[in-house]
Structures are given as structure tokens and as C-alpha cells.
Ligand binder design. Structure first.
Ligand code: FES
Length: 564
């Protein structure tokens, strides 16, 4: 791609020379010299703000990226996009991922930049930025803000947010009082950065590095580690090189690099959300990622990284243990070594430079995995004709081959009203079923981790089979079947389930079924009515165009196929 700097994509006044003259005049009002305005322009897309704790270090990252851009002969120009701070958005951040992707895509395309650095990290921001940048088609490089450091409480190490959930369950079970849970609350998220465990943000940071869209070694340095700033400087410098080389994301995001990324997603015991996001990212590059292919890769990929929620450690330990580079070396026989990255080298060239050190307490060898294979699998059956997802590696193993009686909640409000009711008819072997929490039903919130009813918590029950069309936070754990598709709100079979039906899940057979005939399911759904489409704004666009989780929950008109 030719370097065009300020003259790229001129504002249309009907006179090109006038447009450039006017643009230069206004650019000069920012104090830039003629020499600076001759340089390749590197846009720096930021997604910070008061509603995003994870991105608190964005200003210093911009400074470091800019330093790298200037040193390499480019002109850095920062621009803001929507910010998605996970716990600050209602009903749930996934609803706005595609809005952010559209913002990123259009602003990269509309503004005169030769390449772009994408600074993000909190759950949906990184996928949104990659989706937008791939569709925009200019050279792009991702820079994550980096993970949080851990805190402590009464001699226990704490990291958001697996520990948030574990301690909340103890509070619900009456093991700690209001005062102690408030004290704990102050120690769960103690620094800038993304959640400290292998949640969605960390998963997507590692997946992005494996995909080749960020620099080698860039996924794991903590947000407050000096290495994070050195990575930022190097990212800025590399963005200038990418502008000269004209390497666009479609050259990097290929069928083979998506497979490498999927291997890493599985080997880190990654978030179930990662399956949705990687599918959407790949879809923007025209690479279909089906759940059948997902299972084929999962069947031969071990879980090697011992991080919460699957294991014991936190991102700071993963970084010190060797990070994504050490993991890639373990996975070498399963990877495509010829794939290229934004660093301008092949994976094979990168792996030849990976230092020998690895901490085996955190990154296991392929011969001694945490989970031999299928840490994350897709299930199919008469309850999920288009598929569902189960994070087997984070579940109580005895529930992975299980049949039980359905206890049904028709939506989130019903669940909130009844889950702790003393008269709820529920036993430990039952299956908790949540309906109408899918993309159309409720924006697909992270509500699939249904709380264990208080009356069972008091009896010492800590895991139950739970099924829904919702998502689950990457930091959560349990025998939880998610992303059931088609969802209940569009008349999927999940909508037909009633209290007392027998539900069966089998990891071995990769099945999720209800003991009902097709005729019975059809009879129960005969009266089904879809919820009305909202009448205006983004909610209307969303309801009319959102695809199912097996298609990455992208909008139909934003995928490569959707472009016709
Ligand atoms: Fe931002 Fe967890 S809240 S990554």
C-alpha cells in the first residue's frame, strides 16, 4: 500500500487541491511542521474513559506508542473510539461490540492514516478493534493494555475475577459477613489493566498474539510492568514499518493463522467468549470457523496453561513463566509455522528465538497436560441443533456425563426472583435451565453461570449442571453449557423445555438433549411468538441483523459474505 499520509481520503469539496490545502492548513493549526506532515501517518485508536478501569493506562501507552512512531519516521495521531468497560455496561457489553467495531472500521477508513495501532484490552474492545480493522483493510497492529496484578486478603492471593466469584459464593453460603465481603471488594482489582486470570481479556490477548496481529511477547506483560511500555514503543515503530510494507490484516488473518489462534485458545483453557470472538474476527477475513472444525481442533489440543479459572495461577505468573512464546513452543507440532505476523516474520522464525526457559508449574509440557484434550467443546443435539459450548476443563468432571430433571427459569427476571426461594423444588442432581438469555432474548449477558440455589449451597453443593443460551464470563467455572443455538427467543428447542423434563449432557458423545420427541417439541412451540423488534436506533439494527453465536454474533451485513 502506497504511503499517502495527509492526502489519503480527502474531504470532498469537489476540488482535490483545495481539499488538501485546507487539510494541511488545519493540521498546521495543531503546530505540526511541513516536515512532520510529509511523514506516514499512524493512527492510534484509543478506547479509554472514566467508565473503563481496565484502560486507565491508555494515556501513557499513547505516549510510548507515539515515541516509537516518531523514532521510526512516522507521525502519530491519536483518535478516540467507543470504550466498552465490561462491568459498566447495561444490559451487557456484547451488545455493543459490533457498534464499536463499526466505529473503529469507519474511523480508520474515513481518516487519513497509513496504518493504525489499536489500544484495547477489556473483553469486547480487542475483538471489536480487530473486526473493524480487518474490514477497514489498512495495515493494523494491536496493543493490549495488559493484565492487572493480583491483590491479597487475609493471607490469600486475589485476582479479578475468578476469586470475585469464589468469595461471593462463600458469602452467599454464609461463610463471611457483610463487613468482610466489603473489605475483600477493595482488594479484588487493585491495579490498572484487564482481569488478572485467563478471562476473556487475557484469552483474546493471547489469541491475538497467536493470530499474528500483535507483537511476539506482547500479550502477557502486566499493565503496570515497564515491559508494557517497551512493547508499546516497539508497536509504534512496527506500525510505521507496516505502513511502508503495506501488509494488511487479510494477509495475516488466514485459515492457518486462525487455526494457530484456536490452538492457543484451547491450550490456555481460554474463555468461552473467545469462541464467539475468534469466529467473528475470522469471519471478517472471510475465514469460516465452524463448531465442527472447533471440535476437530479441540480433540487434539491439550490444555497446558495452569491459570484460573481452569488452574491455579494468574497472568503475572504466566508472563514470568515464558508467556505465549513458551506455550507456542510446546504446541509446535500442532501449529502452522509458515504463518506471518505483524512483526514481519514467520511463526517458525519467531519460535527459533524463543528463550529456553519455561516454568513448568504454570506452563505444562504436552506430555503432562492439565487436561489431555477437549477443554472447550461444542455440543449438538435436539436441544442445540446449531450447537452449544461447554468448558469441560472448568467443570466438575462427574457432571460431564449427566442426566437430570430440568428446573426451568423462563428469563433472567424469573431466575433472580426464584433461584433462592426456600420453596424452589430443586435437588443437587437437577439441571438448572435458563431461557431467553440469548443475543435476541436479552443481549446474551454473562448470566449462564446460574448461581447455585442458596438452599443447596447450605448443603455444601458447589457445582450443578446449568444450561442456557446466555454467555459466561471467562473468569467463571462450573458445569455450564452455554450459547445454546438457536436461542429460546427465536423459537429454538430450548424454549420448549419445562420443569421436570429430563436433560442429558454427554461430553463423550458431544450431545445435549432433552428427552422429548421432535413432535412433542414442535407441539410445545406451536404457540411460540417472537419478541417484537425495537422500533428505533441501534437496538433495532441489532435485533434485525445479529447472527447466532456459532457465527460469532456479528451482524449479517458486516461479514465478508454479508458484503455480497
Ligand atoms: Fe475489563 Fe475484566 S473488567 S477485562
Amino acid at each position: 500500500m502506497e504511503i499517502r499520509g495527509l492526502s489519503r481520503g480527502l474531504t470532498n469539496y469537489g476540488d482535490r487541491e483545495f481539499s488538501l490545502y485546507l487539510r494541511r492548513a488545519f493540521a498546521k493549526s495543531m503546530g505540526f511542521s511541513d516536515a512532520m506532515l510529509e511523514r506516514p501517518i499512524v493512527g492510534i485508536a484509543t478506547a479509554g474513559g472514566g467508565f473503563n478501569n481496565c484502560h486507565r493506562t491508555t494515556p501513557e501507552l499513547v505516549t510510548a506508542v507515539s515515541r516509537g512512531v516518531l523514532a521510526a519516521g512516522g507521525l502519530p495521531l491519536e483518535f478516540p473510539t467507543i470504550s466498552l468497560g465490561e462491568p459498566f455496561l447495561s444490559p451487557t457489553s456484547l451488545v455493543f461490540r459490533n457498534l464499536m467495531a463499526m466505529d473503529v472500521e469507519e474511523m480508520i477508513r474515513a481518516q487519513p492514516m497509513d496504518s493504525v495501532v489499536l489500544i484495547g484490552g477489556c473483553d469486547k474492545t480487542l475483538p471489536a478493534q480487530l473486526m473493524g480493522a480487518i474490514s477497514a483493510g489498512k495495515p493494523a497492529i494491536s496493543l493490549v493494555v495488559g493484565p492487572m496484578m493480583t491483590g491479597g486478603f487475609e493471607g490469600t492471593r486475589l485476582g479479578a475475577c475468578t476469586d470475585c466469584r469464589a468469595w461471593w459464593a462463600r458469602y452467599r453460603a454464609g461463610e463471611l459477613d457483610d463487613l468482610r465481603i466489603r473489605e475483600l471488594e477493595s482488594n479484588l482489582a487493585t491495579t490498572a489493566g484487564t482481569c488478572a486470570v485467563m478471562g476473556t481479556a487475557s484469552t483474546m490477548a493471547c489469541v491475538t498474539e497467536a493470530l499474528g496481529m500483535s507483537l511476539p511477547g506482547s500479550a502477557t506483560p502486566p499493565a503496570v510492568h515497564a515491559e508494557r511500555l517497551r512493547v508499546a514503543e516497539a508497536t509504534g515503530a512496527r506500525a510505521v514499518a507496516l505502513a511502508h510494507e503495506g501488509v494488511t490484516p487479510d494477509r495475516i488473518v488466514t485459515e492457518r493463522s486462525v487455526d494457530n489462534a484456536l490452538r492457543v485458545l484451547l491450550a490456555i483453557g481460554g474463555s468461552t467468549n473467545g469462541a464467539i470472538h475468534l469466529t467473528a474476527i475470522a469471519g471478517r477475513a472471510g475465514v469460516p470457523l465452524t463448531l465442527e472444525h472447533f471440535n476437530a481442533i479441540s480433540s487434539e489440543t491439550p490444555v497446558l496453561v495452569n491459570l484460573k479459572p481452569v488452574g491455579e495461577h494468574y497472568m503475572e505468573q504466566f508472563h514470568a513463566a515464558g508467556g505465549v512464546g513458551a506455550l507456542l513452543r510446546e504446541l509446535t507440532p500442532l501449529l502452522h509455522p509458515e504463518t506471518i505476523s505483524v512483526a514481519g516474520e514467520t511463526l517458525a522464525e519467531r519460535l527459533a528465538r524463543v528463550p529456553a526457559y519455561v516454568d513448568r508449574a504454570v506452563i505444562r509440557s504436552a506430555g503432562e497436560p492439565i487436561f489431555a484434550r477437549e477443554g472447550l467443546v461444542a455440543l449438538f443435539g435436539n436441544l442445540a441443533p446449531n450447537g452449544a459450548i461447554l468448558k469441560a476443563a472448568a467443570a466438575d468432571a462427574r457432571l460431564l456425563e449427566h442426566e437430570g430433571r430440568a428446573v426451568v427459569f423462563r428469563d433472567l427476571a424469573d431466575m433472580a426472583a426464584r433461584i433462592d426461594a426456600p420453596d424452589l423444588d430443586v435437588e443437587p442432581n437437577d439441571v438448572l435451565v435458563l431461557q431467553n438469555a440469548g443475543p435476541i432474548g436479552a443481549g446474551m449477558p454473562e448470566a449462564g453461570y446460574l448461581p447455585i440455589p442458596k438452599k443447596l449451597l447450605a448443603r455444601g453443593v458447589r457445582d450443578m449442571l446449568r444450561i442456557s443460551d446466555a454467555r459466561m464470563s471467562g473468569t467463571a467455572y462450573g458445569a455450564v453449557v452455554l450459547h445454546i443455538s438457536p436461542e429460546a427467543a427465536v423459537g429454538g428447542p430450548l424454549a420448549a423445555v419445562r420443569d421436570g423434563d429430563r436433560i442429558r449432557v454427554s461430553l463423550r458423545e458431544k450431545r445435549l438433549d432433552v428427552a422429548l420427541s421432535d413432535t412433542e417439541i414442535a407441539a410445545r412451540l406451536a404457540e411460540f411468538v417472537r419478541p417484537p423488534v425495537p422500533r428505533r436506533g441501534y437496538a433495532k439494527l441489532y435485533a434485525e441483523h445479529i447472527l447466532g453465536p456459532e457465527r460469532g454474533c456479528d451482524f449479517d451485513f458486516l461479514t465478508v459474505e454479508g458484503q455480497g
